[in-house]
Design a protein around this ligand. Structure first.
Ligand code: NDP
Length: 325
C-alpha cells in the first residue's frame, strides 16, 4: 500500500510517498481501507517536531473508509462497514489498523468524505463549546481563525446555541465565509487591533470566552479581550507556541481562567467519543452545521495540502484521497 511517511523532521519536503506492507489487525483491532484522510494542523506539528514522536511515522490522525478485516475478539464491526476515527496515528495511508474502541460507524446520510472531515475538528469544536466552556445565549465568544477548519465549526455551533460570535481572520474572503456561517462580527486581525475592536464591539465589557488556536501572535490580545472572570481557551499553535505565563497575570487582568485543552483528554472514554461524534453527526444531518470542504488532494500531494494549510491559504477542511480508493 501507499503511505506518507516521515523519517526526519522538517518542512513539507520530508513527507515521502512510500510502499509499505498492508498491516494486519491484532486482537481488538480493525483494518480500515482509507477513503479519505483528514488534514489537520496537528499533522504539521508532528512533521516539524513541535509535538514529539519517535520516527519514522506515517502522518495523519483522522480518516474514514470501509472495514477490510477485523482482528480476533471484534464483534461490533464487520467487513464492509463504513467507519471513521480520530486519535490514531497513520491515516495518510491506503490502509490503517484502528483499535475498535476508537472507531465509530458513520450514520446513514453521512458520507465517508464528510465523516473524515468531521471527526477531529468537529469533536474539537464540540468539546470546546459543550465541555471546556459551555456556551449559551448569554455569552459572547471570540473565535480566532474563524474561517479555518475548527473555526467555521465553532462559529456554527456558537450560533446553534444563540451565542454572539465575534470572529477574526486574515482576509475579506475569509470574513465573508465566516459571516455566511453565522459570525455576528468579523475582525480582520491582519489590519485591525482585534483587542481594541473587541472592546468596542462589546461596549468595553470584553468577551466571556476566547477560543484561540492561533497561539503566539494572538495570545496577548486574547487575554486583553476578556471580561473579568472570563475564560481563556488556548488550544493550538498555528503561529507558534504561547510564552510562559505567571499566574499573577491572570489576577491582574480580572481573575481570568486559563486552560490548555486537547481533544484526546476530552474523548477519553467510549461514552464520550460516542456522545461527541453522535451529536456532531446529528447537527450535520439536521442542517444546523455544514462542514465546508476546502479541497481534496490525492495522497501523493500531502505536502501541497500542508503547505496551503500552513500558508493560511485554506478555508474549512482539507482531505487526502488515496488513489486506489
Ligand atoms: P485551520 O484551518 O484553522 O488553519 C489554521 C489557521 O490559523 C489559518 O488558516 C490562519 O487563518 C490562522 N493563522 C494565524 N496565524 C497563522 C500562522 N502564522 N500560520 C498559519 N496559520 C495561521 O487549521 P485547523 O482547523 O486544522 O486547526 C486550527 C487550530 O486548532 C490549530 O492550531 C490546531 O492545532 C488547533 N487544534 C487543537 C486541537 C486541540 O484539541 N487542542 C484539536 C484540533 C485543532 P487566518 O488566515 O484567518 O489567520
Amino acid at each position: 500500500m501507499k503511505a506518507i511517511r516521515i523519517h526526519r523532521h522538517g518542512g513539507p519536503e520530508v513527507l515521502t510517498l512510500e510502499d509499505m506492507p498492508v498491516p494486519e489487525p491484532g486482537p481488538g483491532e480493525v483494518l480500515v481501507r482509507t477513503e479519505y484522510a483528514g488534514v489537520n494542523f496537528i499533522d504539521i506539528y508532528f512533521r516539524t517536531g513541535l509535538y514529539p514522536a519517535e520516527l519514522p511515522i506515517t502522518n495523519g490522525q483522522e480518516g474514514a473508509g470501509t472495514v477490510a478485516t477485523v482482528g480476533s475478539g471484534v464483534s461490533s464491526f464487520g467487513r464492509g462497514d463504513t467507519v471513521a476515527y480520530t486519535g490514531v496515528s497513520g491515516s495518510y495511508a491506503e490502509y490503517i489498523v484502528v483499535p475498535s474502541e476508537k472507531l465509530v460507524r458513520t450514520p446513514a446520510g453521512i458520507t465517508t468524505k464528510t465523516a473524515a472531515a468531521t471527526m477531529l475538528q468537529g469533536m474539537t469544536a464540540h468539546y470546546l463549546t459543550r465541555s471546556t466552556f459551555k456556551i449559551d445565549s448569554s455569552h459572547t465568544a471570540l473565535v480566532h481563525a474563524c474561517a479555518g477548519g475548527v473555526g467555521l465549526l465553532l462559529v456554527q455551533i456558537g450560533k446553534r446555541f444563540g451565542t454572539r460570535v465575534i470572529g477574526t481572520c486574515s482576509t475579506p474572503a475569509k470574513a465573508e465565509k465566516a459571516k455566511a456561517a453565522g459570525a455576528d462580527e468579523v475582525i480582520l486581525y491582519t489590519e485591525q487591533d482585534f483587542e481594541k475592536e473587541c472592546r468596542r464591539l462589546t461596549g468595553g465589557a470584553g468577551v466571556d470566552v476566547v477560543y484561540d488556536a492561533v497561539g503566539k501572535s494572538t495570545w496577548e490580545g486574547s487575554l486583553g479581550s476578556l471580561k473579568p472572570r472570563g475564560m481563556m481557551v488556548t488550544f493550538g499553535n498555528a503561529s507558534g507556541p504561547v510564552p510562559p505565563l505567571a499566574p499573577l497575570e491572570l489576577t491582574k487582568r480580572g481573575s481570568l481562567y486559563l486552560t490548555r485543552p486537547s481533544l484526546w483528554a476530552y474523548m477519553a472514554t467510549r461514552q464520550e467519543l460516542e456522545w461527541r461524534a453522535g451529536e456532531i453527526f446529528d447537527w450535520i444531518l439536521s442542517g444546523d452545521i455544514h462542514v465546508h470542504i476546502g479541497g481534496v488532494f490525492p495522497l501523493s500531494q500531502a505536502a501541497e495540502a500542508q503547505t496551503r494549510l500552513a500558508g493560511r491559504q485554506t478555508m474549512g477542511k482539507l482531505l487526502l484521497r488515496p488513489t486506489s480508493a
